[in-house]
Design a protein around this ligand. Structure first.
Ligand SMILES: [Zn+2]
Length: 44
C-alpha cells in the first residue's frame, strides 16, 4: 500500500493521508490519527 505524507519546511511529517480516501488528511489526536471523512483511525 502506498504511503503518503506531507512535509513542512523543516522536512518533518505533519500529516498523513487516509489510506481509504487517499485525498483526505488524517487529523492528529495525539495518540492516534483519525479521518473525519470515512472514520478511519490508526495509532500515531
Ligand atoms: Zn478516510
Amino acid at each position: 500500500m502506498a504511503r503518503y505524507e506531507l512535509y513542512d519546511e523543516e522536512g518533518s511529517a505533519i500529516n498523513e493521508r487516509c489510506p481509504e480516501c487517499e485525498d483526505t488528511f488524517l487529523a492528529d489526536h495525539g495518540d492516534r490519527l483519525h479521518c473525519g471523512r470515512c472514520g478511519f483511525s490508526k495509532a500515531a
